[in-house]
Each structure stands twice: as structure tokens, then as C-alpha cells.
Design a protein around this ligand. Structure first.
Ligand SMILES: Cc1cc2nc3c(=O)[nH]c(=O)nc-3n(C[C@H](O)[C@H](O)[C@H](O)COP(=O)(O)OP(=O)(O)OC[C@H]3O[C@@H](n4cnc5c(N)ncnc54)[C@H](O)[C@@H]3O)c2cc1C
Length: 328
């Protein structure tokens, strides 16, 4: 079905999660013509609720998106469902955006808020339980698994830190060494002091009963009973649409993923292109993502105001010159 796009907009927002919709709201309220193209798969879609979002605590991810969409539309913002496949330079400093349906539109500025992909460790069953009893973030889900048996799947250097973090929510935390070496003496003592057991052995599979995680099975057959497993995904920014503009991801200083770098307003190294949310800040939760979308929108509006003034000045001077009036 045709997306019914205008030929051009002040701003095209690619991605309509918390960051994109928040940016679009600010831009629409700034009387900018704004288009949001959203593939409709926010990162937290598998979760039953959004937590830690003041005033919307526990709201379903889909409901939050719907509220945001109707707020943007109430100010004239145009939102369509679609996948942007390319963004390139167009004449007169504009950008050309192409969707997978072959639709094309142009924009004076781009705000890219495409989020990230959580690449999960290669253990059968993790993906199916992701966002339910396979977790990554205690601030998102810690309360929901408080006092339960939580296994920390060690796949990198931050596993001990993660085990100590989750210990804040439950006294039953187990560090599953999986593919990692045993902790050194100092870490082993810290874990012991907090009552965190360390279990050796590669995790082969998750055990599930009646759509509920019951534990993990180790190589050799040993079962470790658990209510939840915490993993460390590799956070890979959805940055493919930026490649045509010369923007490629950089590795996060902690090595936990890859993102598009930008200044504090989301301005990238390519003039006219802004980013917000998880595509540039791998750790941002929903509230922070929405805030960064709003900040980027204000910076974009300021940038457009500069251009509008320059255009008006050129017109003003040409009118004055043609009428022979002195230019002040
Ligand atoms: C399981 C889970 C649970 C979570 N729970 C919480 C929680 O309780 N509280 C909290 O604060 N945070 C939570 N988070 C983090 C939260 O998901 C992110 O902070 C938030 O989604 C980031 O918002 P965003 O707008 O940057 O990206 P997203 O919400 O991921 O939105 C990006 C949007 O862009 C679209 N998109 C991507 N590529 C394209 C393209 N090429 N063209 C068009 N559209 C595109 C996607 O389909 C998506 O709709 C959770 C994360 C996970 C994984």
C-alpha cells in the first residue's frame, strides 16, 4: 500500500520508538513538517511493561508507542509504517530517503532513531525467553525477579560486576561461569562475601516448564534450578541507513557494542544528520531515549532557523538591490 508521502519535509525521522516519537513531537510543536517512518519493532517489544518511566510506570511498550503516535499526530506530524533502506544526499543540501516499498521522499534534516539489536549469547532457548525470564538490565526487570533465583551467564569480563549488581535485588544469585575462567582471588572473595555461588560448566540449554524457566542444563547433564537468567548481549546499533551518508559505527569504550557517535545534542559528523536513543547511546533506557530525541529536535529546529534566516536575508537583499534601496 502506498505510504502517501509528501515530496519533501523539514525533517524525516527514521525510527519511531521513544527517541523518534519524542523528537517528532518537539518538531511538530515547533511548526516543522515532520515525517516519522517506523518499522514498528521497538527493542523492548518482548517485555510486558516499561519500568522506570516516571508517570507511565508499567505501561505496555505497544501502548506507550500508541500514545506517542497520537500525540505527534495531534500536532500534524505524519507517521507511517515502513522500513527505510537508504538515506543519501540530494541537491540543495537535502536528504533523499528510500523505503523498502520503493517510496522516496526528501528532507532538510534527518533524525535517525533506529535503536539497536541485542545480540544474545549462543545458547539454545535464550531468544525464545528474551524479555521474559531471560534478562539483561536490573533497572528494567530487577524488581520483577526480586528474591528469586537468578543465574548470571558469564560471557565476558563484566560478569562478576553483573552478579554483584543483581545481588541488590535478590539474595539468590548464582554466577554461571559458562565459557569464562573462574574469578580471581579478590573477586571470588567479593562474591563469597555477598553469598553469590559460582558454578562451573558450560550452559547447554534452558529448561522450561509450562512456559516458565525452571533452570539451566550444564554440559554433562547437571541441572541448576533458576527462575531467571541474566545475560550480556552485544549491543549493535541499527545504523545501516546511515552508511550511505558515510556514518559508520564505532566500538563502545567498554567493548559492549557499537554505536554512532554524536555530540550531546545528537549532532553527527555529517552536517544535517542527528541521532538519538539507543542508536547512539547503547545504555539509554526509555526515558533517556525520549529525552535525547527531544534534545536533538531542539538542536535541529535551531539549525533550521539559522538556514531560514540565511534564506530570508538573501531574499531581502535581492529585493532591496532590485528596488535600489540601500541595504542597512
Ligand atoms: C527486553 C527489554 C526490556 C526493556 N525494558 C525496559 C524498561 O522496563 N524500562 C526502560 O526504560 N527501558 C527498557 N528497555 C530499554 C528500551 O528498550 C530502550 O531504552 C528503548 O527502546 C530505546 O528507544 P529507541 O527509540 O532508541 O529505540 P527503539 O525503541 O528500539 O525504537 C527504534 C524503532 O526504529 C525502528 N527502525 C529500526 N530500523 C529502522 C529502519 N531502517 N526504518 C524504519 N524504522 C526502523 C524499529 O522498528 C523501532 O520501532 C528494555 C530493553 C529490552 C531489550
Amino acid at each position: 500500500m502506498a505510504l502517501d508521502l509528501a515530496d519533501t519535509y523539514d525533517v524525516v525521522v527514521v525510527g519511531g520508538g521513544a527517541a523518534g516519537l519524542s523528537g517528532a513531537l518537539m518538531l511538530a510543536r515547533s511548526r516543522r513538517s515532520v515525517l516519522v517512518i517506523d518499522a514498528g519493532e521497538p527493542r523492548n517489544a518482548p517485555a510486558s511493561g516499561v519500568h522506570g518511566f516516571l508517570s507511565r510506570e508499567g505501561v505496555k511498550p505497544a501502548d506507550l508507542t500508541e500514545i506517542g503516535r497520537s500525540e505527534v499526530r495531534s500536532y500534524g506530524g505524519h507517521i507511517v509504517t515502513g522500513q527505510v533502506t537508504a538515506a543519501t544526499r540530494a541537491p540543495a543540501g537535502r536528504f533523499r530517503v528510500t523505503t523498502s516499498d520503493g517510496e522516496v521522499t526528501e528532507a532538510r534534516r534527518l533524525l535517525v532513531t533506529t535503536g539497536l539489536v541485542d545480540e544474545l549469547p549462543d545458547v539454545p532457548g535464550l531468544r525464545e525467553r528474551w524479555g521474559r525470564d531471560v534478562l539483561h538490565c536490573p533497572y528494567c526487570h530487577g524488581w520483577e525477579v526480586r528474591d528469586r533465583a537468578i543465574g548470571i551467564l558469564a560471557t565476558g569480563p563484566f560478569a562478576v560486576m553483573k552478579a554483584l549488581l543483581f545481588r541488590q535485588w535478590s539474595p539468590q544469585v548464582i554466577l554461571l561461569l559458562h565459557t569464562q575462567p573462574p574469578p580471581d582471588a579478590a573477586d571470588a572473595e567479593r562474591l563469597a562475601a555477598r553469598g553469590i555461588a559460582v558454578v562451573e560448566g558450560v550452559v547447554e540449554a534452558l529448561e522450561v516448564d509450562d512456559d516458565r524457566l525452571t533452570g539451566v542444563r550444564l554440559q554433562g547433564g547437571r541441572m541448576v534450578p533458576l527462575d531467571a537468567v541474566a545475560v550480556a548481549p552485544y549491543f549493535r546499533a541499527n545504523s545501516a541507513v546511515l552508511a550511505g551518508l558515510g556514518l559508520t559505527p564505532t566500538v563502545h569504550p567498554m567493548g559492549v557494542g557499537e554505536m554512532i557517535t554524536a555530540d550531546t545534542t545528537g549532532r553527527t559528523d555529517v552536517p544535517g544528520v542527528w541521532v538519538a536513543g539507543n542508536v547512539t547511546d547503547l545504555m539509554a533506557q526509555v526515558l533517556a531515549s525520549a529525552a535525547s530525541g527531544a534534545a536533538a529536535a531542539a538542536a535541529i529546529n535551531a539549525d533550521l532557523i539559522e538556514e531560514d534566516v540565511e534564506d530570508a536575508l538573501a531574499m531581502h537583499r535581492s529585493v532591496m538591490a532590485s528596488t535600489g534601496a540601500a541595504i542597512a
